[in-house]
Design a protein around this ligand. Structure first.
Ligand code: PMP
Length: 460
């Protein structure tokens, strides 16, 4: 662990020449539509919570490849499972030939998702295709054509999942879907008046029932409401405590299914196996992605048997491929063996308390929130008006990068620093990250940042 003066020294002497060369080569060869860039970071190796870039600069990684490196980089147990599976059966065509390892993972995931009814699992390769699968199966299984999702939600970039999204990235998708987007319950930016995380009047849910379900998405034609229990790319928003139980009750009253997108929050990140478990609700189906393949491409939908058995031919050649399934099993083993779900809760509480303390000293921080190890630090230019401080968030993420901490910014206004570190982080690493934030926040507030560096980096 480095000390503050060492970090300062390192930040001023770091070179990014080799990284920049990769960025330049990439610019000529790789499609721009698949790039979101915050700073010239080119990771080449990683171990545990640390990554090293093409110039040999070391970083503490508080993003973990968007929550994919759930148990850190290069975990030996995952490595061993991958090598063993490669040596046994390196690939297979699960859609045509049954697979033992995919079946075992399906059994395990069905056992993890709460719900006292028969369940099954479907496998794809990325979070987007899991939500895309839901966009096809939900109307077929219920005989209802419409979905309700949330403004600010990010469900993916394949056509079905993009049409479900209420995120700025969705604005580029051409096409019409039977999807109605309703406001996400955001205690910091509630449109209906005072709101608190502990509980509120839930006027926004009244909007769903009295407006959406009676007009543009009639209840009798609405298959499901799809929600993230913590809205991640929308700004890491934690809903008021009474929202999800009331939503479950509303869905039951109208015979509408309740589906959770747990692509980023699932499998331990929030200090529970699933984020919706903080609210004691039972889902009809869950979308999983990011960490489910232990770092390899894999996604899943787990839900009611009648949903997952409704049709034939919803399949992909590499969905449920044996190596990602073996890595996913190993990742679940590590979560249990190292008690990482509890670690996520404990380290998350330390981080939240640390950011609350920083908020006392740094005016830029308007709000801090999170569940376990998914946190959002929302920056504002003025605490009274809550005006988003997007440029300061961009500066902060860049300055943290220079100091040796990997973060990104997200949210509808691009003013929320998102943290999704590996679930293996230690208290010492929490302190180290908080120290870098303290320093970077002071630098940004004092104008000690050259904005010219931001020019090539538009982020979202
Ligand atoms: N759902 C959520 C909640 C996500 O955060 C993401 C990715 N940011 C997706 C779906 C899409 O996953 P992928 O990019 O792996 O397709």
């Amino acid at each position: 662990m480095s000390t503050a003066p060492e970090r300062e020294q390192a930040a001023t002497t770091r070179s990014y020449a080799r990284s920049q060369a990769v960025v330049d080569r990439e610019a000529a060869a790789v499609s721009d539509v698949m790039k979101i860039r915050f700073y010239p970071f080119v990771p080449v190796s990683g171990q545990g919570t640390r990554v090293v870039d093409a110039d040999g600069n070391a970083y503490l990684d508080f993003i973990a490849a968007a929550g994919v490196a759930q148990v850190g980089y290069g975990h030996p147990h995952i490595r061993q499972a991958v090598v063993q599976q490669l040596d046994t059966l390196s690939t297979a065509m699960h859609c045509c030939h049954p697979s033992t390892v995919a079946t075992e993972l399906a059994e395990r995931l069905c056992g993890l998702v709460p719900g006292d009814f028969p369940k099954k699992a479907w496998f794809g390769t990325t979070g987007s295709d899991a939500n895309d699968c839901l966009s096809r199966l939900l109307p077929m299984a219920t005989g209802r054509r419409r979905l309700i999702t949330y403004v600010g939600s990010y469900h993916g970039q394949t056509t079905g999942s993009a049409l479900m999204s209420g995120h700025q990235t969705q604005a580029t998708v051409i096409g019409l879907g039977n999807v109605t987007k309703v406001p996400y319950p955001d205690p910091y930016r509630c449109l209906h008046g005072p709101c608190s995380r502990e509980g509120c009047s839930l006027r926004c849910l009244e909007h769903v029932e009295r407006y959406a379900l009676e007009t543009v998405s009639p209840a009798a034609d609405t298959a499901a409401i799809v929600i993230e229990a913590v809205q991640s790319d929308g700004g890491d928003i934690v809903p008021p405590a009474n929202y999800l139980p009331a939503l479950r009750e509303l869905c039951d009253r109208h015979g509408v299914w309740l589906v959770f997108d747990e692509v980023k929050t699932g499998l331990g990140r929030t200090g529970r196996m699933f984020a919706f478990e903080h609210s004691d609700v039972v889902p009809d189906a869950v979308a999983l992605g990011k960490p489910v393949g232990g770092g390899l491409p894999l996604s899943a939908v787990v839900g009611r048997r009648e949903l997952l058995d409704v049709a034939t031919y919803d399949l992909f050649t590499l969905g449920g491929s044996p190596v990602p399934c073996a890595a996913g099993m190993a990742m679940l083993d590590v979560l249990a063996a190292e008690d990482l779900v509890a670690n996520a809760a404990a380290r998350g509480a330390e981080l939240l308390a640390g950011f609350e303390a920083l908020q006392q000293r740094h005016e830029l921080i308007g709000d801090v929130r999170g569940r376990g190890l998914i946190l959002g630090i929302e920056l504002v230019t003025d605490r009274a008006t809550r005006t988003p401080a997007a440029t300061d968030a961009h500066r902060l993420a860049y300055r943290l990068f220079e100091l040796g901490l990997i973060t990104i910014y997200t949210g509808l206004y691009g003013n929320v620093i998102e943290l999704t570190p590996p679930l293996t982080i230690t208290s010492a690493e929490v302190d180290e990250a908080l120290g870098m934030f303290d320093r970077a926040l002071s630098d940004v507030a004092a104008g000690r940042f050259d904005d010219a560096k931001l020019a090539p980096y538009a982020g979202w």
